[in-house]
Design a protein around this ligand. Structure first.
Ligand code: BGC
Length: 460
Protein backbone atom coordinates (compact mmCIF):
# COMPACT_ATOMS: atom_id res chain seq x y z
CA UNK A 1 0.00 0.00 0.00
CA UNK A 2 1.31 3.46 -0.88
CA UNK A 3 2.47 5.60 2.02
CA UNK A 4 -0.04 8.17 3.22
CA UNK A 5 0.74 11.69 2.20
CA UNK A 6 0.64 14.23 5.02
CA UNK A 7 0.88 18.01 5.18
CA UNK A 8 2.65 18.77 8.45
CA UNK A 9 2.62 22.23 9.99
CA UNK A 10 5.61 23.69 11.83
CA UNK A 11 6.07 22.92 15.48
CA UNK A 12 4.46 25.54 17.71
CA UNK A 13 2.01 26.60 14.99
CA UNK A 14 -0.91 28.44 16.59
CA UNK A 15 -4.32 26.91 15.96
CA UNK A 16 -7.43 28.66 17.12
CA UNK A 17 -10.58 30.55 16.35
CA UNK A 18 -11.25 34.28 16.27
CA UNK A 19 -14.15 36.27 17.68
CA UNK A 20 -15.15 39.79 18.67
CA UNK A 21 -16.68 41.18 21.86
CA UNK A 22 -19.87 42.64 20.43
CA UNK A 23 -20.56 39.57 18.36
CA UNK A 24 -20.27 37.16 21.30
CA UNK A 25 -20.61 38.80 24.68
CA UNK A 26 -24.23 39.87 24.81
CA UNK A 27 -25.57 42.74 26.83
CA UNK A 28 -23.45 45.40 25.12
CA UNK A 29 -25.56 48.51 25.32
CA UNK A 30 -22.95 51.21 25.38
CA UNK A 31 -21.38 51.18 21.95
CA UNK A 32 -22.30 52.63 18.57
CA UNK A 33 -23.36 49.23 17.27
CA UNK A 34 -26.03 48.94 19.97
CA UNK A 35 -27.39 52.28 18.92
CA UNK A 36 -27.27 51.23 15.27
CA UNK A 37 -29.26 48.10 16.13
CA UNK A 38 -31.79 50.17 18.06
CA UNK A 39 -32.21 52.39 15.03
CA UNK A 40 -33.28 49.33 13.04
CA UNK A 41 -30.29 49.08 10.73
CA UNK A 42 -29.71 45.34 11.04
CA UNK A 43 -30.89 43.87 7.76
CA UNK A 44 -32.75 41.01 9.42
CA UNK A 45 -34.34 43.37 11.95
CA UNK A 46 -32.55 41.51 14.76
CA UNK A 47 -30.45 42.77 17.66
CA UNK A 48 -27.37 41.25 19.23
CA UNK A 49 -29.17 40.79 22.58
CA UNK A 50 -27.50 38.04 24.57
CA UNK A 51 -25.34 37.13 21.54
CA UNK A 52 -23.40 33.99 22.55
CA UNK A 53 -23.69 34.83 26.24
CA UNK A 54 -19.93 35.19 26.67
CA UNK A 55 -20.17 37.97 29.18
CA UNK A 56 -21.76 35.52 31.56
CA UNK A 57 -20.25 32.30 30.35
CA UNK A 58 -17.55 32.40 27.70
CA UNK A 59 -15.90 29.59 29.60
CA UNK A 60 -18.25 26.88 28.32
CA UNK A 61 -17.22 27.76 24.77
CA UNK A 62 -13.57 27.91 25.79
CA UNK A 63 -14.08 24.32 26.96
CA UNK A 64 -15.21 23.43 23.44
CA UNK A 65 -12.07 25.07 22.03
CA UNK A 66 -10.04 23.03 24.49
CA UNK A 67 -11.76 19.84 23.35
CA UNK A 68 -10.70 20.74 19.82
CA UNK A 69 -7.15 21.04 21.16
CA UNK A 70 -6.87 24.61 20.02
CA UNK A 71 -3.69 26.09 21.47
CA UNK A 72 -4.76 29.73 20.95
CA UNK A 73 -7.93 31.81 20.83
CA UNK A 74 -8.44 35.32 19.55
CA UNK A 75 -11.03 37.49 21.29
CA UNK A 76 -11.56 41.21 21.71
CA UNK A 77 -12.02 43.63 24.57
CA UNK A 78 -15.04 45.90 24.57
CA UNK A 79 -13.76 49.45 25.05
CA UNK A 80 -17.26 50.65 25.92
CA UNK A 81 -17.32 48.34 28.95
CA UNK A 82 -13.84 49.23 30.15
CA UNK A 83 -14.35 52.98 29.71
CA UNK A 84 -18.14 53.42 29.78
CA UNK A 85 -17.90 57.21 30.04
CA UNK A 86 -14.98 59.38 29.05
CA UNK A 87 -12.18 58.95 31.57
CA UNK A 88 -14.20 56.58 33.80
CA UNK A 89 -12.88 53.08 34.16
CA UNK A 90 -14.90 50.04 35.14
CA UNK A 91 -12.75 47.68 37.19
CA UNK A 92 -15.52 45.04 37.26
CA UNK A 93 -15.34 44.82 33.46
CA UNK A 94 -11.60 44.32 33.65
CA UNK A 95 -12.08 41.62 36.27
CA UNK A 96 -14.38 39.78 33.90
CA UNK A 97 -11.75 39.90 31.17
CA UNK A 98 -9.13 38.78 33.67
CA UNK A 99 -11.32 35.79 34.51
CA UNK A 100 -11.72 34.91 30.84
CA UNK A 101 -8.01 35.15 30.10
CA UNK A 102 -7.16 33.18 33.22
CA UNK A 103 -9.57 30.46 32.15
CA UNK A 104 -7.88 30.25 28.75
CA UNK A 105 -4.47 29.88 30.36
CA UNK A 106 -5.80 27.13 32.59
CA UNK A 107 -6.80 25.29 29.42
CA UNK A 108 -3.36 25.88 27.84
CA UNK A 109 -4.92 28.16 25.26
CA UNK A 110 -2.88 31.27 24.41
CA UNK A 111 -5.06 34.39 24.37
CA UNK A 112 -4.65 36.71 21.41
CA UNK A 113 -6.36 39.94 22.42
CA UNK A 114 -7.78 42.51 20.03
CA UNK A 115 -8.15 45.95 21.58
CA UNK A 116 -10.60 47.32 19.03
CA UNK A 117 -12.90 45.24 16.86
CA UNK A 118 -15.34 47.61 15.13
CA UNK A 119 -17.05 48.94 18.29
CA UNK A 120 -16.61 52.39 19.83
CA UNK A 121 -18.09 53.66 23.07
CA UNK A 122 -21.06 55.92 22.35
CA UNK A 123 -19.26 58.87 23.99
CA UNK A 124 -16.35 58.40 21.60
CA UNK A 125 -18.62 58.10 18.54
CA UNK A 126 -20.35 61.29 19.62
CA UNK A 127 -17.05 63.11 19.55
CA UNK A 128 -16.66 62.10 15.92
CA UNK A 129 -14.89 58.78 16.46
CA UNK A 130 -11.92 58.05 14.23
CA UNK A 131 -13.05 60.57 11.64
CA UNK A 132 -11.34 63.15 13.84
CA UNK A 133 -7.60 62.70 14.19
CA UNK A 134 -7.65 64.52 17.52
CA UNK A 135 -9.60 61.59 19.00
CA UNK A 136 -6.74 59.13 18.57
CA UNK A 137 -5.50 60.13 22.00
CA UNK A 138 -8.63 58.66 23.63
CA UNK A 139 -7.95 55.32 22.00
CA UNK A 140 -4.32 55.39 23.08
CA UNK A 141 -5.33 56.23 26.66
CA UNK A 142 -7.74 53.27 26.72
CA UNK A 143 -5.07 50.95 25.29
CA UNK A 144 -2.60 52.09 27.94
CA UNK A 145 -5.10 51.32 30.69
CA UNK A 146 -6.18 47.96 29.28
CA UNK A 147 -2.66 46.71 28.67
CA UNK A 148 -1.44 47.94 32.05
CA UNK A 149 -4.13 45.84 33.71
CA UNK A 150 -3.98 42.73 31.55
CA UNK A 151 -0.36 42.39 30.51
CA UNK A 152 0.30 39.62 33.00
CA UNK A 153 -2.30 37.56 31.13
CA UNK A 154 -1.64 38.44 27.50
CA UNK A 155 1.48 38.98 25.45
CA UNK A 156 0.00 39.01 21.95
CA UNK A 157 -2.00 42.07 20.97
CA UNK A 158 -3.97 43.00 17.90
CA UNK A 159 -4.47 46.72 18.31
CA UNK A 160 -7.17 47.29 15.69
CA UNK A 161 -9.16 44.82 13.66
CA UNK A 162 -9.33 45.65 9.97
CA UNK A 163 -9.05 49.45 9.81
CA UNK A 164 -9.99 49.11 6.13
CA UNK A 165 -13.30 47.27 6.73
CA UNK A 166 -14.28 49.67 9.50
CA UNK A 167 -13.60 52.64 7.23
CA UNK A 168 -15.11 51.35 3.99
CA UNK A 169 -18.19 49.64 5.45
CA UNK A 170 -19.04 52.55 7.73
CA UNK A 171 -18.07 55.56 5.63
CA UNK A 172 -18.41 54.44 2.01
CA UNK A 173 -20.83 51.51 1.78
CA UNK A 174 -23.08 52.62 4.67
CA UNK A 175 -23.54 49.06 5.93
CA UNK A 176 -21.90 49.81 9.28
CA UNK A 177 -22.38 52.83 11.52
CA UNK A 178 -22.26 55.75 11.01
CA UNK A 179 -23.73 54.81 7.61
CA UNK A 180 -21.98 57.43 5.50
CA UNK A 181 -21.08 57.39 1.81
CA UNK A 182 -18.12 59.66 1.46
CA UNK A 183 -14.86 58.45 -0.05
CA UNK A 184 -12.73 61.28 1.30
CA UNK A 185 -13.90 60.69 4.84
CA UNK A 186 -13.46 56.94 4.38
CA UNK A 187 -9.82 57.44 3.53
CA UNK A 188 -9.23 59.78 6.45
CA UNK A 189 -10.81 57.30 8.84
CA UNK A 190 -8.56 54.58 7.43
CA UNK A 191 -5.52 56.78 7.86
CA UNK A 192 -6.48 57.80 11.41
CA UNK A 193 -7.03 54.20 12.46
CA UNK A 194 -3.63 53.30 11.11
CA UNK A 195 -2.05 56.21 12.94
CA UNK A 196 -3.92 55.11 16.08
CA UNK A 197 -2.33 51.69 15.70
CA UNK A 198 1.15 53.20 15.42
CA UNK A 199 0.69 55.24 18.57
CA UNK A 200 -0.80 52.29 20.45
CA UNK A 201 2.10 50.12 19.29
CA UNK A 202 4.74 52.33 20.94
CA UNK A 203 2.76 52.59 24.15
CA UNK A 204 2.42 48.82 24.42
CA UNK A 205 6.05 48.32 23.44
CA UNK A 206 7.09 50.45 26.42
CA UNK A 207 4.68 48.73 28.79
CA UNK A 208 5.51 45.23 27.66
CA UNK A 209 8.73 45.07 25.63
CA UNK A 210 8.48 41.35 24.93
CA UNK A 211 4.89 41.39 23.62
CA UNK A 212 3.99 40.66 20.01
CA UNK A 213 2.05 43.65 18.73
CA UNK A 214 0.39 44.20 15.39
CA UNK A 215 -2.91 44.62 13.70
CA UNK A 216 -4.81 42.92 10.93
CA UNK A 217 -5.98 44.13 7.58
CA UNK A 218 -8.78 42.63 5.52
CA UNK A 219 -7.27 41.41 2.25
CA UNK A 220 -10.05 41.32 -0.30
CA UNK A 221 -8.60 40.69 -3.74
CA UNK A 222 -10.15 42.35 -6.77
CA UNK A 223 -9.38 40.76 -10.12
CA UNK A 224 -10.10 42.36 -13.50
CA UNK A 225 -13.18 40.92 -15.18
CA UNK A 226 -11.25 40.82 -18.41
CA UNK A 227 -7.50 40.36 -18.03
CA UNK A 228 -7.02 41.84 -21.50
CA UNK A 229 -8.94 45.04 -20.81
CA UNK A 230 -6.64 47.90 -19.69
CA UNK A 231 -9.65 49.64 -18.13
CA UNK A 232 -10.69 46.61 -16.07
CA UNK A 233 -7.11 46.09 -15.04
CA UNK A 234 -6.55 49.64 -13.94
CA UNK A 235 -9.81 49.89 -12.03
CA UNK A 236 -9.04 46.60 -10.26
CA UNK A 237 -5.55 47.88 -9.46
CA UNK A 238 -6.88 51.16 -8.07
CA UNK A 239 -9.55 49.46 -5.95
CA UNK A 240 -6.97 47.04 -4.58
CA UNK A 241 -4.73 49.97 -3.70
CA UNK A 242 -7.54 51.84 -2.01
CA UNK A 243 -8.83 48.89 -0.03
CA UNK A 244 -5.76 47.03 1.15
CA UNK A 245 -2.42 47.35 -0.59
CA UNK A 246 -2.19 51.09 -0.04
CA UNK A 247 -2.70 50.54 3.67
CA UNK A 248 -0.03 47.87 3.77
CA UNK A 249 2.42 50.15 2.00
CA UNK A 250 1.67 52.99 4.41
CA UNK A 251 2.13 50.66 7.36
CA UNK A 252 5.54 49.66 6.04
CA UNK A 253 6.89 52.99 4.84
CA UNK A 254 4.67 55.64 6.44
CA UNK A 255 3.59 56.88 3.02
CA UNK A 256 0.47 55.98 1.08
CA UNK A 257 0.98 55.31 -2.63
CA UNK A 258 -0.42 57.57 -5.35
CA UNK A 259 -3.28 58.50 -5.65
CA UNK A 260 -3.94 58.07 -1.92
CA UNK A 261 -0.91 60.18 -1.03
CA UNK A 262 -2.51 63.15 -2.82
CA UNK A 263 -5.35 63.04 -0.29
CA UNK A 264 -3.78 61.66 2.87
CA UNK A 265 -0.98 62.83 5.13
CA UNK A 266 1.79 60.35 5.86
CA UNK A 267 1.76 58.20 8.94
CA UNK A 268 4.16 59.36 11.59
CA UNK A 269 6.62 56.73 12.89
CA UNK A 270 4.98 53.88 11.00
CA UNK A 271 8.03 51.86 9.88
CA UNK A 272 8.84 49.28 12.51
CA UNK A 273 5.52 49.60 14.30
CA UNK A 274 4.46 45.97 13.90
CA UNK A 275 5.86 42.65 14.98
CA UNK A 276 3.76 40.57 12.57
CA UNK A 277 1.37 40.86 9.66
CA UNK A 278 -2.21 39.99 10.68
CA UNK A 279 -4.02 38.60 7.67
CA UNK A 280 -7.80 38.41 7.48
CA UNK A 281 -8.86 36.72 4.25
CA UNK A 282 -12.30 35.64 3.05
CA UNK A 283 -12.80 35.98 -0.67
CA UNK A 284 -12.09 37.77 -3.93
CA UNK A 285 -14.30 39.49 -6.48
CA UNK A 286 -14.08 40.44 -10.10
CA UNK A 287 -14.28 44.06 -11.12
CA UNK A 288 -15.19 45.67 -14.40
CA UNK A 289 -14.77 49.29 -15.45
CA UNK A 290 -18.11 51.09 -15.11
CA UNK A 291 -18.24 54.84 -15.75
CA UNK A 292 -21.66 54.98 -14.08
CA UNK A 293 -20.22 54.05 -10.68
CA UNK A 294 -18.03 56.97 -9.56
CA UNK A 295 -18.76 56.18 -5.90
CA UNK A 296 -16.66 53.03 -6.16
CA UNK A 297 -13.95 54.59 -8.29
CA UNK A 298 -15.60 53.53 -11.57
CA UNK A 299 -15.48 49.83 -10.84
CA UNK A 300 -18.43 47.43 -10.68
CA UNK A 301 -17.70 44.39 -8.54
CA UNK A 302 -19.25 40.98 -9.11
CA UNK A 303 -18.77 37.38 -8.11
CA UNK A 304 -17.23 34.99 -10.58
CA UNK A 305 -20.11 33.14 -12.24
CA UNK A 306 -20.26 29.42 -11.61
CA UNK A 307 -18.06 29.55 -8.53
CA UNK A 308 -18.68 27.68 -5.27
CA UNK A 309 -20.16 30.22 -2.88
CA UNK A 310 -20.53 31.11 0.75
CA UNK A 311 -24.09 31.61 1.97
CA UNK A 312 -25.02 35.17 0.98
CA UNK A 313 -26.18 37.81 3.42
CA UNK A 314 -28.80 40.44 2.70
CA UNK A 315 -26.32 43.30 2.39
CA UNK A 316 -23.00 41.55 1.90
CA UNK A 317 -22.69 38.64 -0.50
CA UNK A 318 -19.91 36.66 1.10
CA UNK A 319 -19.05 35.43 -2.35
CA UNK A 320 -16.82 32.82 -3.77
CA UNK A 321 -14.96 30.24 -1.74
CA UNK A 322 -11.54 30.81 -3.24
CA UNK A 323 -8.71 28.99 -1.43
CA UNK A 324 -6.03 30.00 -3.90
CA UNK A 325 -6.68 33.61 -2.91
CA UNK A 326 -5.25 32.93 0.54
CA UNK A 327 -2.02 31.71 -1.02
CA UNK A 328 -1.92 34.74 -3.30
CA UNK A 329 -2.44 37.10 -0.37
CA UNK A 330 0.27 35.48 1.75
CA UNK A 331 2.69 35.50 -1.13
CA UNK A 332 1.95 39.10 -2.05
CA UNK A 333 2.35 40.37 1.51
CA UNK A 334 5.61 38.45 1.81
CA UNK A 335 6.92 39.86 -1.44
CA UNK A 336 5.82 43.43 -0.82
CA UNK A 337 7.29 43.50 2.66
CA UNK A 338 10.44 41.57 1.65
CA UNK A 339 9.60 38.87 4.17
CA UNK A 340 10.35 41.13 7.09
CA UNK A 341 7.92 39.67 9.66
CA UNK A 342 6.00 36.53 10.54
CA UNK A 343 2.43 36.27 9.31
CA UNK A 344 -0.61 35.10 11.21
CA UNK A 345 -3.91 34.33 9.56
CA UNK A 346 -5.92 36.20 12.12
CA UNK A 347 -9.22 35.39 10.35
CA UNK A 348 -10.44 33.09 7.61
CA UNK A 349 -13.88 31.53 7.49
CA UNK A 350 -16.95 30.52 5.55
CA UNK A 351 -20.64 31.25 5.94
CA UNK A 352 -22.25 27.86 5.47
CA UNK A 353 -25.21 27.11 7.72
CA UNK A 354 -25.53 23.53 6.44
CA UNK A 355 -21.81 22.88 6.72
CA UNK A 356 -21.83 21.20 3.35
CA UNK A 357 -19.00 23.27 1.83
CA UNK A 358 -17.02 24.26 4.94
CA UNK A 359 -15.03 21.03 5.52
CA UNK A 360 -13.63 21.04 2.00
CA UNK A 361 -13.14 24.81 2.06
CA UNK A 362 -11.25 24.62 5.35
CA UNK A 363 -9.00 21.83 4.11
CA UNK A 364 -8.26 23.56 0.82
CA UNK A 365 -7.46 26.87 2.51
CA UNK A 366 -5.15 25.13 4.95
CA UNK A 367 -3.46 23.34 2.08
CA UNK A 368 -2.77 26.78 0.63
CA UNK A 369 -1.29 27.90 3.95
CA UNK A 370 0.87 24.81 3.93
CA UNK A 371 1.99 25.54 0.39
CA UNK A 372 3.01 29.06 1.39
CA UNK A 373 4.93 27.73 4.40
CA UNK A 374 6.69 25.13 2.29
CA UNK A 375 7.85 27.94 0.01
CA UNK A 376 9.46 29.68 2.97
CA UNK A 377 6.74 32.15 3.99
CA UNK A 378 6.80 32.33 7.79
CA UNK A 379 3.10 31.77 8.60
CA UNK A 380 2.92 31.08 12.32
CA UNK A 381 -0.77 30.54 13.03
CA UNK A 382 -4.30 30.14 11.70
CA UNK A 383 -7.48 31.45 13.35
CA UNK A 384 -10.74 30.20 11.92
CA UNK A 385 -13.60 32.69 12.00
CA UNK A 386 -15.39 31.60 14.19
CA UNK A 387 -15.91 29.16 17.07
CA UNK A 388 -19.69 29.40 17.54
CA UNK A 389 -22.13 31.18 15.24
CA UNK A 390 -22.16 34.79 16.36
CA UNK A 391 -23.97 38.03 15.64
CA UNK A 392 -22.78 38.94 12.17
CA UNK A 393 -22.94 42.77 12.34
CA UNK A 394 -25.34 44.17 9.72
CA UNK A 395 -26.45 40.62 8.85
CA UNK A 396 -27.60 39.74 12.36
CA UNK A 397 -28.03 35.98 12.81
CA UNK A 398 -28.64 35.58 9.08
CA UNK A 399 -25.28 34.06 8.16
CA UNK A 400 -23.45 31.36 10.04
CA UNK A 401 -19.67 31.19 10.20
CA UNK A 402 -19.34 28.94 13.28
CA UNK A 403 -17.66 25.59 13.59
CA UNK A 404 -20.40 25.10 16.14
CA UNK A 405 -24.02 25.89 15.44
CA UNK A 406 -25.74 28.16 17.94
CA UNK A 407 -29.43 28.68 18.53
CA UNK A 408 -29.43 32.22 19.96
CA UNK A 409 -32.89 31.72 21.51
CA UNK A 410 -32.06 28.63 23.55
CA UNK A 411 -28.26 29.08 23.56
CA UNK A 412 -28.02 25.44 22.52
CA UNK A 413 -24.80 24.49 20.73
CA UNK A 414 -24.47 21.73 18.15
CA UNK A 415 -20.97 21.08 16.82
CA UNK A 416 -20.86 20.87 13.05
CA UNK A 417 -18.78 18.27 11.26
CA UNK A 418 -16.22 21.04 10.66
CA UNK A 419 -15.65 21.29 14.42
CA UNK A 420 -14.47 17.71 14.64
CA UNK A 421 -12.42 18.19 11.47
CA UNK A 422 -10.72 21.27 12.89
CA UNK A 423 -10.13 19.40 16.16
CA UNK A 424 -8.41 16.56 14.31
CA UNK A 425 -6.19 18.99 12.41
CA UNK A 426 -5.18 20.87 15.55
CA UNK A 427 -4.49 17.64 17.45
CA UNK A 428 -2.29 16.26 14.67
CA UNK A 429 -0.80 19.62 13.63
CA UNK A 430 -1.19 18.10 10.20
CA UNK A 431 -3.57 17.15 7.42
CA UNK A 432 -3.35 13.58 6.23
CA UNK A 433 -4.72 11.99 3.10
CA UNK A 434 -6.83 9.75 5.29
CA UNK A 435 -8.39 12.77 7.04
CA UNK A 436 -9.20 14.48 3.75
CA UNK A 437 -10.68 11.21 2.48
CA UNK A 438 -13.03 11.09 5.45
CA UNK A 439 -14.20 14.71 5.45
CA UNK A 440 -13.91 15.92 1.88
CA UNK A 441 -12.93 13.21 -0.61
CA UNK A 442 -13.45 15.63 -3.47
CA UNK A 443 -10.49 17.62 -2.19
CA UNK A 444 -8.05 14.70 -2.35
CA UNK A 445 -6.89 15.43 -5.87
CA UNK A 446 -6.78 19.17 -5.27
CA UNK A 447 -4.74 18.90 -2.10
CA UNK A 448 -2.49 15.96 -2.85
CA UNK A 449 -2.63 15.87 -6.64
CA UNK A 450 -0.54 17.78 -9.07
CA UNK A 451 -2.80 20.81 -9.48
CA UNK A 452 -1.84 21.94 -5.97
CA UNK A 453 -5.12 23.74 -5.52
CA UNK A 454 -4.51 26.47 -8.05
CA UNK A 455 -7.67 26.80 -10.10
CA UNK A 456 -5.92 29.03 -12.58
CA UNK A 457 -2.53 30.63 -12.51
CA UNK A 458 -3.21 34.26 -11.74
CA UNK A 459 0.03 36.16 -11.28
CA UNK A 460 0.54 37.35 -7.74
C1 BGC B 1 -14.70 40.71 10.66
C2 BGC B 1 -15.60 39.86 11.53
C3 BGC B 1 -16.78 39.37 10.71
C4 BGC B 1 -16.23 38.54 9.57
C5 BGC B 1 -17.29 37.90 8.68
C6 BGC B 1 -14.41 40.07 9.34
O1 BGC B 1 -14.04 41.01 8.39
O2 BGC B 1 -13.51 41.02 11.35
O3 BGC B 1 -16.02 40.61 12.63
O4 BGC B 1 -17.69 38.64 11.47
O5 BGC B 1 -15.46 39.38 8.75
O6 BGC B 1 -17.98 38.87 7.98
Amino acid sequence: MARQRILRFPEGFLWGTASASHQCEGGNTNNQWYRWEQQGHILTGEQSGEACNWWKNAESDFALAEQMENNALRLSLEWSRIEPAEGQWDSAALDRYRAMLTDLHRRHIKPIVTLHHFTDPIWFAERGGFADEANIRYFVRYVTYAVENLRDLCDFWVTINEPNSYAFLGYLLALFPPGEQDLTRTLHVLRNLMQAHVEAFYVIRRQQPQAEIGYCLHYHILDPANELSPLDRSVAGIQNTFFCWGALQAAETGRFPIPLSLMLPSLAHAPGSRDYHGVDYYTHEMVRFDPSNPAEIFGRRFIRPGSIRNDPGKGIDFGEIYPYGLYRVLKTIYRRTRGNKPLYITENGFSDALDDRRPQALLEHLAMVHRAISEGIPVRGYFYWTLVDNFEWAEGWGVRFGLIELDPQTQERIPRSSASLFGEICRANAISEELVGRYAPNALEIIFGTTNGAPHQIPV
